[in-house]
Design a protein around this ligand. Structure first.
Ligand code: FAD
Ligand code: NAI
Length: 478
């Protein structure tokens, strides 16, 4: 094979693409991975949205800002006095950048280790066929070259959706990109869309001193979450000082010298005005297919701009696959990774399966929110007979010792078979606790299985065991 011909070409090195490339290489295939992301010096920065302006930097800032909040408000209860507490936002941002860089470098190292040929530049489908191989043109800093691949995996991810007529300038009107990079906490911060980004980044800047107002179009808060969890979350976030306005209809958005003015109508139909220094627009993301050359191979998009694929991530063209945010399904890094592994294995002749029902969801606020499987309202709507058990962290010894007793665990199980149908957690370390529930569901466990498994004491995970016991009305500590 020539050095420009590969078994597999992956376009995009986000969590979907780079993981697909590594898995394909592990399976003995020759692999090229192309990614356009540049770091501040113009060099390669693989890892996609997730590593550069998504999962990783947001969690770095959530950690820094939570420590600041704890030092200011939480340490006292432990007898720790803090005087002259300060926040050096520049240092926090330098740490964020360093965390991102470590991840970028880690991926480049993994490419080398697995003999994945990495190309830094823009990849474009340039023609070809399943029989002759697909051509992908790569425009890099040294000009354009054409690669040929028997198989192509498109993993080009997503980009932020803007409000009609309101462009991101990343100064006053911020996407996730600008919202992660602020040099100081604004006095006032508006957020349009109280979804995952709005809540996570709204929390970061509130903790650092911003007065944060979130304007959400939907009448229900966090409609995708279990309603009981969403209700508790709303209570906690409001108590922390986030001003969350539901049922908001956004009107004119005007940029002035000192900030942004948003005209909006509240849930009662009253006209309102919000004046803020900065505005985050986090109203969802759209698939990224610009400049990808889909027309050169005759691949059409669906009405929402996604690349249409079947359940196995096959596009309409043989040998061309698409995964991650650029296709249907939840826009989550771990979903993209699972699809990447599965496609690489399918190319190698294996028969993997990805089950969206056991993909966990996590919101990294404080308290954290995590769930897997069905919500109570979805089970009701489907007419499924179920039993519910729940357990508050207030009654969990470890949570009390941590001083973090907000929230609860809820387990939903089939009324007759006891199979776990959903687990919903709001509280400390929900992001880690949910893994046990996902494993249990993958193994088709019954609530009784979790209830009978020995959990270490004192741990937060005992709250999950207790909630499982609660399905049969036999919690021991509540
Ligand atoms: P992406 O990560 O978007 O990567 C696509 C890559 O392809 C990019 O590097 C892009 O430059 C490159 N590319 C695009 N077109 C071309 C081309 N033509 N040629 C070459 N390269 C190209 N998800 C979670 O699961 N957990 C979280 O905590 C989380 N936090 C998030 C926080 C924020 C602020 C945001 C914005 C998102 C977050 N997400 C989180 C979502 C997560 O980032 C995405 O679901 C995930 O990155 C999708 O992976 P992907 O591989 O499909 O695409
Ligand atoms: P989102 O879908 O989570 O939230 C967008 C919110 O904006 C929704 O509540 C929606 O009702 C609202 N909205 C839409 N149009 C509006 C309008 N015109 N006015 C007011 N509100 C409006 O999307 P978000 O927060 O932008 O995040 C994008 C994606 O990134 C999500 O799909 C999410 O999966 C992913 N992500 C995941 C994270 C995690 O897993 N912890 C963290 C951050 C993002």
């Amino acid at each position: 094979m020539s050095n420009s011909t590969f078994d597999v070409i992956v376009i995009g090195a986000g969590p979907g693409g780079y993981i697909a490339a590594i898995r394909a290489a592990q399976l003995g295939l020759s692999v090229a991975c192309i990614d356009a992301w540049r770091n501040a010096a113009g060099g390669p920065a693989p890892g996609g949205t997730c590593t550069n302006v998504g999962c990783i930097p947001s969690k770095a800032l959530l950690q820094s800002s939570e420590l600041f909040e704890q030092a200011g408000h939480g340490f006292k209860a432990h007898g720790i006095g803090v005087q002259g507490l300060t926040m050096d936002v520049a240092a926090m941002q330098a740490r964020r950048a360093a965390v991102v860089r470590q991840n970028n470098e880690g991926i480049l190292y993994l490419f080398k280790k697995n003999k994945v040929s990495f190309f830094h530049g823009n990849g474009r489908l340039a023609g070809g066929s399943a029989e002759a191989g697909w051509q992908v043109a790569v425009a890099g800093k040294d000009g354009e070259q054409t690669l040929t691949g028997n198989q192509v995996i498109v993993a080009t991810g997503s980009v932020p959706r803007s409000l009609p007529g309101v462009e991101f300038d990343e100064d006053r009107v911020l996407s996730n990109d600008g919202a992660l990079a602020l040099a100081a906490a604004p006095k006032t911060l508006g957020v349009i869309g109280a979804g995952v980004i709005g809540l996570e980044l709204g929390s970061v800047w509130r903790r650092l001193g911003a007065q944060v107002t979130l304007l959400e179009a939907m009448p229900d808060f966090l409609a995708a979450a279990d309603a009981q969890v969403a209700k508790e979350a709303f209570k906690q976030f409001t108590r922390q000082g986030l001003d969350i306005q539901l049922g908001a209809k956004i009107g004119a958005v005007q940029l002035g010298k000192s900030g942004v003015t948003v005209e909006w109508t509240d849930a009662k139909g009253q006209a309102q005005t919000l004046k803020v220094e900065r505005l985050i627009v986090s109203v969802g993301r759209k698939p990224n297919t610009a400049g990808l050359g889909l027309e050169a191979v005759g691949l059409a998009l669906d009405e929402r701009g996604f690349i249409p694929v079947d359940a196995d991530c096959r596009t309409a063209l043989p040998g061309i696959w698409a995964i991650g945010d650029v296709v249907r399904g939840p826009m989550l890094a771990h979903k993209a990774e699972e699809e990447g592994v599965a496609v690489a294995e399918r190319i190698a002749g294996q028969k993997p399966h990805v089950d969206f029902n056991t993909v966990p969801w996590v919101i990294y606020t404080h308290p954290e929110i995590a769930w897997v499987g069905q919500t109570e309202q979805a089970l009701k709507a489907a007419g499924r007979a179920y039993k519910a058990g729940s357990f508050p962290f207030m009654a969990n010894g470890r949570a009390r010792a941590l001083g973090d007793t907000t929230g609860f665990v809820k387990v939903l199980a089939d009324a007759s078979s006891d199979e776990i149908l959903g687990v919903h957690i709001i509280g400390p370390m929900a992001s880690e606790l949910i893994a046990e529930a996902a494993v249990a569901m993958e193994f088709k466990a019954a609530a009784e299985d979790i209830a009978r498994i020995c959990h270490a004491h004192p741990t937060l995970s005992e709250a999950l065991k207790e909630a499982a016991l609660g399905v049969d009305n036999r919690t021991l500590n509540f």
